[in-house]
Design a protein around this ligand. Structure first.
Ligand SMILES: [Mg+2]
Length: 323
């Protein structure tokens, strides 16, 4: 047993490690050490670089500056509704330098995963064309996406309207603006087969947008399907370690020299902590500073993993520090 003083000192130290440091409070020398501590940047998109279709002012200049300093930048997004090409176009439109090779989206990574396991059957997709186009690019068969609305009542639906495809061997659940009861019935019925693969692109509960509305995110749909099937989906996006595996497999990334930037503690920061990256929270998206302070006070180990190493109000506030 450690002596009391040693014990209390070790608690104090571990508490100290659990406190997020404001980047703007660092001295010039400390900030230089911070910048020198990484050569790769993984950045989340929604809530860090943009909100919906609106750029977050100052963020493009920081990303450009980091690239000019020789840092490799990857855009890592849980957004499953866009292909890599669509994300490249969005980046270009909003002022971010990007090519297909530095985009890691859950639609693309879902296709990578099915390729990795040599999946040969068809996929039933509860999601959008972002997913099916990436499946097409990977040569993976799938059923069509789009509206599948409730036309009458449950009895009629079950009696006449549900048609199933015998070749389906996987269900992928992503963001689906046409999520519906008939889709749930079909997906749940496919998943009754224990060998039918169940993939959730990500677990984000809500989407950050520029509107003062609460917008349910993919995690809402994934959990609904987990509830009615009594199964757990294999998760592709942050904080699942699959993203980390995929990055290390496809690009040479040293976790100790990598910075993860995000706006959500329970996806971006947790992902960064689990992968051994340094983590930076920006306050332009989902998580608030008040929530970070609550996590800092918690003695729960899981909460501690959600505390970022650093935080900053907005990414653009880094510009005067690095230039
Ligand atoms: Mg985000």
């Amino acid at each position: 047993m450690p002596s009391d003083s040693k014990f209390s000192r070790s608690i104090e130290l571990s508490k100290k490690n659990m406190v997020a440091v404001s980047l703007t409070s660092l001295s010039k020398e400390e900030f230089t050490n911070f910048i020198d501590s990484f050569d790769t940047v993984l950045t989340d998109c929604d809530g860090v670089l943009w909100l919906g279709n609106t750029v977050i002012l100052g963020s493009p200049n920081v990303i450009i500056q980091l690239q000019e300093m020789g840092k490799r930048v990857f855009y890592v997004t849980n957004n499953s509704s866009k292909t890599r090409d669509e994300i490249v176009s969005k980046c270009s439109r909003l002022g971010y330098p990007a090519t297909r090779d530095n985009i890691l989206s859950t639609a693309y990574l879902t296709a990578c995963y099915l390729q990795d396991i040599v999946f040969k059957k068809k996929v039933y997709v509860v999601g959008s064309k972002g997913i099916t186009q990436e499946l097409d690019a990977a040569g993976i068969k799938h059923l069509d996406v789009g509206p599948d609305p409730m036309c009458s009542d449950v009895a009629s639906l079950l009696r006449n309207e549900v048609q199933l495809d015998k070749d389906v061997g996987a269900v992928v659940v992503g963001f689906d603006e046409h999520f519906s009861f008939p889709k749930m019935v079909k997906a749940a019925t496919y998943l009754k087969q224990p060998n039918c693969i169940f993939i959730g692109t990500n677990t984000d509960e809500i989407l950050p947008t520029e509107f003062p509305l609460t917008v349910p995110g993919t995690g809402t749909f994934v959990r609904a399907m987990e509830t009615c099937t009594n199964r757990k989906a294999f998760k592709i996006g942050k904080p699942s370690p699959y993203v980390c595996e995929a990055i290390i497999k496809r690009h040479k990334v040293d976790p100790k020299k990598t910075l993860m930037i995000g706006d959500r503690c329970n996806t971006d920061i947790l992902f960064g902590t689990r992968c051994g990256f340094k983590t930076l929270l920006v306050l332009t998206g989902v998580t608030t500073l008040g929530e970070v302070h609550q996590l800092e006070k918690s003695s729960n180990k899981e909460d501690q993993e959600l505390v970022p190493d650093y935080y900053i109000d907005r990414l653009g506030d880094m510009l005067p520090l690095i230039s």
